[in-house]
Design a protein around this ligand. Sequence first.
Ligand code: NAD
Ligand code: IPM
Ligand code: MN
Length: 349
Amino acid sequence: SSSINVAVIPGDGIGPEVIAEAVKVLRSATASADAELDLTEYKLGAEHWLATGETLTAQTLEKLRAHDAILFGAVGAAPGDTRIPSGLIEREMLLKLRFSLDHYVNLRPSRLYQGVASPLGNPGEIDFIVVREGTEGPYVGNGGSLRTGTPHEIATEVSINTAHGVERVVRDAFRRASERPRKKLTLVHKHNVLVYAGHLWKRTVEAVAAEFPEVTHDYLHVDAAMIFLATDPARFDVIVTDNLFGDIITDLAAAVTGGIGLAASGNINMDRTAPSMFEPVHGSAPDIAGQQKADPTAAILSAALLLHHMGFAEQAAKIEQAVENDVAARSATPRTTAEIGDAIAAAVS
Ligand code: NAD
Ligand code: IPM
Ligand code: MN
């Protein structure tokens, strides 16, 4: 039998609540596969910073590197919590992990499950993935402020797009498209305005397309893409895009497929030079934290992505099927976070 060594970072707010359920399901799915699951919990996030003043130390980062994969909940303080500098934990912990561990493929699948209500009514069959670049773009912190606080303040936030960074994520997106029934890739950008980065992305897609003659590809400006995401999301198969557009697109994608409580993601290092990290798309949801109101499905589906990445495709599929059955059977009577987790864990045992 095989073994898998996972670092667990529950984080803040609803993070620990949803991760507890994802862990139940992971345990259940690996036990039924006769795989050994070794879990190590790391306390990181806003609460940890308040207690220790640490975001992510070099030592902790090195410890995390030694795991096969990371399961992550969510971090971040409530808006208006003045004890913590805004975004500090998000940047110095979450983004630092994505960058340090070279998570260049931020994979965010969107499916409208049977029985789940979409705000769009009857949008047809929604089943697409967003391949969001995870290590570059405006997220790199390349900016500054001059004459801060004066009427002449100048703030810059420079988006970094490297040929290497764009090519590897575009190639990954084409490969994923080539393995899907529709084999269709859409580049989403804004090259009518963002000329330099936009054209690098466009040229890269044209060049890599030659390696995947079976994949058809097209292009949409991000604003028009949002029209289609809100009116005809069934048209999409694989979307490849930069870090910031991908962030925004995937929250809308989650909303049209029944809500943020169902949206999973993987921060994947496809070269496997460091562990990949799997997390729900949502944040720490301070408005519902500690009340057993959070939907753990996104965290559970993220655990399935983790298993898939670690070579347990059968167990991952089993979890996805259990989630599909569970969401189809959901009634108007709300269940607690743990009740949902228990039901799905039982179904995969
Ligand atoms: P959020 O995703 O935490 O919450 C947005 C809304 O969705 C809230 O109404 C919340 O109650 C609801 N929601 C989120 N997850 C849910 C779930 N599983 N079940 C049911 N409802 C759910 O976004 P926000 O309010 O903008 O951010 C809160 C904090 O989280 C901020 O500090 C932010 O920076 C941080 N954040 C962290 C991550 C992450 O760790 N990956 C992602 C996004 C935001
Ligand atoms: C996400 C989050 C993060 C992002 C934040 C918290 C840094 O919104 O995972 O989508 O922007 O990538
Ligand atoms: Mn986001």
